[in-house]
Design a protein around this ligand. Structure first.
Ligand code: FBP
Length: 696
């Protein structure tokens, strides 16, 4: 070893400085990367053209409460060369615009701001962009920063929403609307851009309506890793194929999941159970499944359609219909999972990767009923008492006590109380951690907080319990590789055929399964004695005990939650380009005098050259939905379409990925989100698959 360097010299050494700097080369590369621009944005001026061919049927309630924006059409941002001087001035006039992040972070958000900023400054360097701090709280409370070039440059192509932070506050009262309007008017804003998910775009529509008279425009931008903002017209034309952030989060999750697959294949001792974010929709799970070829992925939307055929058949024999056979229960689900585990174990694979969508509970019959009932109970309590249920009953015991009162008719005196004795009994059969999860406070938009519930633990506890039963029944066993068996037997001069016939179900198979009746060394001995392979007084030969022990499964799991990490991930090239162009689209919608529109990019699934900036009327996407026990007008969430190409392809391939055969596993390694070098896949696989039709 060389001579030791003085600490001061070490700290001042250029290599030490470089490797310990906050700024690594990846960050510097990212910051200096210039996303591609849709051609219109590289030219001079644009105009908005209504696209009446895109039809939506609008909700009656939306017509009533959003009268000034409900008749908006889809608008295309088109190139305009011949503009009058007055029209040109509309672009170059000095203007102030506000921007706010709303909801959970999604990779690419900073690029929306960068695109908006660059376009504002391109036409007039004196125009200003203000960023409201901590989400809509900043808007309501007038807390903001002026977004400078320096601020933008340090956040270009970077993940998170750290530039101005985010929040989940809903602008849901006249007081908050007035405060927001005042903030915008005090800043002399021409428009406000709301970068958010379905609830935040709902908010944007209500703000657009409220601000209409003031002339301040409101434009939404489709953000959410969940991928549940997907817009199609009544005729099935796809206008917004995916929200931004989805691709990056899915890639980040997939990298982690495939790393676990690689670990699993090496140590062959764990089932890695990965819960993946996405709220109710399973888009992120489906994409992660396609990216990684995980052993088993559960798609919530499919489970809702589950039919227990055995139950139906049994009922049919008695000339009845068993209505409980429709829809999945926790018990059914745990059985389905066990089936895969047992089949893999039979070929020596007592390990695997499982992906569970965080919103799976929404599709499980008995749990969904609990969620709906509890939502209603909490909403009613809040209205009647004008006090928050969770403040009044902070602990689990107190909440359960309140539910018990209802079930005993002490509070709800109607003949059919919403929470009856049976509900109370069934609910109390759930483990405390899970009951606590189901009673967790709803978010400010009234959404059930799936991310707070240990769904994977609940499901896996049931799986473990049932596997225990299957083990006792001799069904769950590890298949022994026949080569290994022969080698062990040869090593101690025991006849493999003689013993094999006595012990195994199919002694000629590649993986040898110990007979179901042999569930202990005692039953093993009995079989050997009965087959004349040993006397009662003798001990079972050591190698046979060794083989038997190898066949006894030990089911071990590791659980992981992929969510916050992925939504904080750096954006992929796809999301960098997508979001930068969304920011520019928002600017052109504003100049074109649009309000109540959501910026979007048509043809996302196609080559970049075919991308087209558009505005989608938000009010037309609304429908009534139960929130906090009441019907509220919100944007409809896009769930996984079981008829989509992506799902159909997954459905065919999934059995191959279960790999319950002696062959290799089929895991795919998507690799990290890369910024430099060639990337093998530049957009979500679901998007690519869904864009294939009979013509291409
Ligand atoms: P948005 O709906 O705001 O895009 O957030 C998505 C999400 O990441 C969900 O996948 C997840 O259930 C939720 O946010 C978690 O939110 P929180 O930050 O409140 O824990």
């Amino acid at each position: 070893m060389g001579s030791e360097i003085e600490l001061d010299d070490l700290l001042n050494h250029p290599i030490a400085n470089s490797v310990t700097s906050d700024l690594n080369s990846e960050t510097l590369d990212r910051r200096s990367f210039l996303p591609k621009k849709i051609r219109i944005f590289t030219q001079g001026y644009s105009s908005l053209e209504d696209q009446p061919q895109y039809r939506f049927s609008s909700d009656k309630e939306a017509q009533k409460v959003l009268p000034d924006i409900i008749n908006n059409q889809v608008q295309k941002v088109t190139l305009k060369d011949a503009l009058s001087e007055t029209q040109k001035q509309r672009f170059s006039k000095k203007r102030n615009i506000g921007v706010v992040f709303s909801g959970g972070p999604a990779p690419g958000g900073h690029n929306v701001i960068a695109g908006l900023y660059d376009e504002i400054k391109k036409y007039n360097s004196e125009s200003k962009l203000f960023g409201f701090l901590m989400g809509t709280d900043g808007l309501i409370e007038s807390r903001y920063v002026e977004i400078t070039r320096k601020l933008v440059d340090t956040h270009r192509n970077m993940g998170g929403f750290s530039m101005i932070k985010t929040g989940r506050t809903k602008v849901d009262s006249k007081k908050k609307m007035d405060a927001s309007l005042k903030t915008c008017m005090d800043l002399n804003l021409e428009a406000l851009v709301v970068i958010g998910g379905d609830d935040s775009n709902t908010n944007a529509a209500f703000l657009a309506q409220y601000f209409k008279k003031s002339g301040i425009k409101v434009i939404g931008v489709p953000k959410t890793i969940d991928g549940d903002i997907q817009v199609s017209t009544d005729d099935g034309d796809v206008l917004c194929a995916i929200s931004f952030g989805f691709h990056s989060a899915a890639r980040a999750f997939s990298q982690n999941i495939s790393n676990l697959a690689s670990d699993g294949q090496s140590t062959v001792k764990y089932w890695h159970v990965c819960k993946v974010m996405g709220r109710v929709a399973s888009h992120l799970t489906l994409e992660s499944a396609l990216q990684t070829h995980a052993t088993l992925s559960l798609i919530g939307e499919e489970l809702a359609d589950y039919i227990d055929r055995d139950r139906l058949e049994k009922a049919k024999e008695n000339n009845t219909i068993d209505y409980n056979a429709f829809g999945i229960t926790l018990r059914h689900l745990s059985r389905l999972i066990c089936d895969t585990i047992v089949r893999r174990a039979a070929v020596g694979k007592n390990y695997g990767i499982m992906i569970i969508p965080e919103g799976i509970l929404e599709f499980i019959n008995e749990i969904q009923v609990f969620i709906i009932k509890i939502n209603k109970i909490i909403a009613e309590y809040n209205t009647i008492h004008d006090q928050d249920f969770h403040r009044a009953f902070p602990g689990l015991a107190e909440k359960l006590e309140y539910l018990r009162w209802i079930s005993q008719g002490m509070i709800d005196k109607s003949p059919f109380p919403i929470w009856n004795l049976r509900d109370d009994e069934l609910f109390n059969q759930l483990p405390p951690f899970f009951r606590e999860g189901l009673l967790v406070e709803r978010d400010l938009h009234g959404n059930f907080q799936f991310s707070q519930v240990k769904t994977e633990k609940m499901i896996m506890d049931m799986v473990k319990e049932y596997l225990g039963i299957l083990k006792e029944q001799g069904v769950y066993k590890i298949g022994i590789n026949s080569d290994e068996y022969t080698a062990i037997m040869a090593g101690c001069q025991l006849d493999p055929d003689l013993y094999g016939t006595a012990i195994f179900r199919d002694p000629k198979a590649k993986y040898l399964l110990v007979k179901e009746a042999i569930i202990s060394q005692k039953t093993l001995k009995q079989v050997l004695v009965n087959n004349g392979l040993m006397d009662v007084e003798e001990n079972i030969p050591g190698p046979i005990v060794e083989i038997f022990k190898k066949s006894v499964p030990n089911f071990k799991t590791q659980t992981h939650f992929y969510g916050y990490d992925g939504r904080g991930s750096a954006p992929t090239h796809f999301d960098c380009n997508y979001t930068y162009n969304l920011g520019m689209t928002a600017f052109h919608l504003i100049v074109g005098n649009a309000t109540g529109q959501m910026a979007a990019i048509l043809n996302l699934e196609k080559d970049f050259e075919q991308w087209e900036p558009i505005g989608i009327p938000i009010a037309k996407l609304m429908h009534l939905e139960e929130r906090k026990g009441k019907l509220e007008l919100v944007i409809e969430k896009g769930l996984v379409d079981l008829n989509s190409n992506a799902f159909r392809v997954y459905k065919v391939l999934r059995e191959k990925w279960v790999a319950a055969d002696p062959g290799p596993d089929h895991y795919r390694q998507p690799g990290p989100v890369r910024f430099s070098g060639e990337t093998e896949e530049d957009r979500p696989i679901t998007l690519v698959l869904n864009s294939i039709d009979a013509k291409n």
